[in-house]
Design a protein around this ligand. Structure first.
Ligand SMILES: Cc1cc2nc3c(=O)[nH]c(=O)nc-3n(C[C@H](O)[C@H](O)[C@H](O)COP(=O)(O)OP(=O)(O)OC[C@H]3O[C@@H](n4cnc5c(N)ncnc54)[C@H](O)[C@@H]3O)c2cc1C
Length: 378
């Protein structure tokens, strides 16, 4: 068991830290004000070689590891910006197309997502459900060389931005099939973005599919096996989300330490008081435990293990643990923590989201509990 980061990983962490400081933090106020991420962010990610990272070089990636992706995300997450989620979405969508796609699909769709010219999307959720794949109603009916998609997808990040997305629909056999959809197709329209509690610029829209023609060759993996694709995608997404939580949790601690060292209470810095030292200690221990477990699951992913249950258990632990870190951070800041002038306010709002996105906490409990109940090992 090796707990040291390789030289390559250390370099990537440094590159991500620089990108966060020099590019993301500079535009964050504008993103918050306009609730939109500028298109040129992709060129910055592409230049830093942070798109489609796990994909071989011949398709435009760099052939790196899941662990390196989450190390980068952890750094970017310290900004508390939706820009970090964007990088995660790119990497997971591109990896999904690479893993399940035919050679033709790989060649057509991956390079423009890796060079930063197009925006990715992943569309599962619908007005009727976000948790239950059997309840989706978007239909895909065969028609000659095409499938014709009809339905509404809800809360689709960057669904309105030019590019490609992986869409889940029920085919003529009532089974879930995954399709790569060109977001400029005829019949593809969208709502205005939802206004969110946090994650300014996330660009969450509803997508209306009205007789959208998708070539049959755009089916990912096997017809009727879309649920497997979704489960594998969402397992990787959970680990990325948890790296995001670790980075934000660490920033909560950093901000709290800065604040507590300077804030004078009863004539002394807050850090002199044992009660606050204990809170800081608990925050530190919580973040370290979350961090190393996240690294562990990412390493298992790199070893080719099925991480469906591991990633669900990880999420089950990290979400409430880091949410408690954020609560303590706000408490340490007193009323300043409730003001937008302090970074803690944004982190607190952003940290609220992973418990209800990409599989809620309750769904993780069901996944882990049912796996334990089925297990024959004990
Ligand atoms: C910022 C953000 C970004 C998002 N991006 C995307 C995206 O890009 N693509 C996409 O497809 N979706 C996206 N979503 C949607 C999100 O993933 C779903 O909303 C989420 O999976 C939960 O689905 P739901 O809201 O329909 O809740 P529901 O499925 O209706 O669940 C409601 C409540 O019931 C609980 N529940 C449901 N089923 C069970 C059960 N069997 N047992 C116990 N409890 C249960 C849930 O845990 C939850 O508490 C995004 C959402 C947000 C907020």
């Amino acid at each position: 068991m090796d707990f040291t980061l390789s030289g390559e990983s250390k370099m990537m962490v440094k590159a991500a830290r620089d990108l966060a400081k020099q590019e993301i933090e500079q535009i964050e106020a504008k993103i918050e004000e306009e609730d939109a991420i500028p298109d040129d962010i992709w060129q910055k990610f592409a230049k830093a070689r942070m798109l489609g990272m796990m994909i071989p070089k011949e398709y435009g990636g760099i052939g790196s590891s899941a662990l390196n992706v989450i190390l980068i995300l952890e750094e970017l997450a310290k900004t508390g910006s939706a820009v970090a989620f964007l990088m995660a979405l790119n990497n997971s969508v591109v990896e999904t197309i690479y893993h399940w796609g035919s050679e033709d699909l790989r060649k057509r769709f991956i390079p423009p997502l890796c060079d930063g010219s197009l925006w990715p999307a992943m569309a599962f959720t619908e007005p009727g459900t976000g948790s239950d794949p059997t309840a989706i109603t978007t239909s895909a009916k065969p028609d000659g060389d095409h499938y014709v998609l009809n339905g509404t997808k809800r809360f689709i990040s960057y669904g309105h931005k030019k590019g490609y997305g992986v869409f889940y629909a029920k085919d003529e056999t009532e089974k879930v099939t995954a399709f790569v959809v060109d977001k400029s197709s005829e019949g593809y329209t969208w709502s205005k973005p939802w206004s969110l509690m946090g994650l300014a610029g996330q660009g969450l829209v509803d997508i209306f599919l009205k007789d959208v023609k998708v070539p049959k060759e755009n089916i990912l993996g096997e017809k009727g096996k879309g649920f497997h694709i979704l489960l594998r995608w969402i397992a990787g997404e959970r680990v990325q989300q948890m790296a995001f939580m670790v980075g934000m949790g660490q920033e909560c601690l950093n901000e709290s330490l800065r604040f507590a060292k300077e804030r004078i209470v009863r004539g002394r810095p807050m850090t002199d008081m044992q009660g606050f030292q204990w809170m800081l200690a608990e925050m530190h221990a919580s973040i370290e435990a979350s961090r190393w477990w996240t690294y562990r699951v990412a390493s298992k992913q790199d070893e080719g293990d099925d991480i469906a249950v591991d990633s669900a258990a990880l999420k089950l632990f990290v979400v409430p643990t880091i949410q408690e870190v954020a609560r303590k951070a706000l408490q340490i800041h007193g009323s300043y923590g409730y003001c937008k002038d302090y970074k803690i306010e944004k982190l607190y709002r952003t940290i609220a989201s992973p418990g209800v996105t990409a599989g809620s906490t309750e769904i993780q409990k069901t996944l882990v509990g049912s796996a334990l109940a089925r297990s024959k090992e004990i």
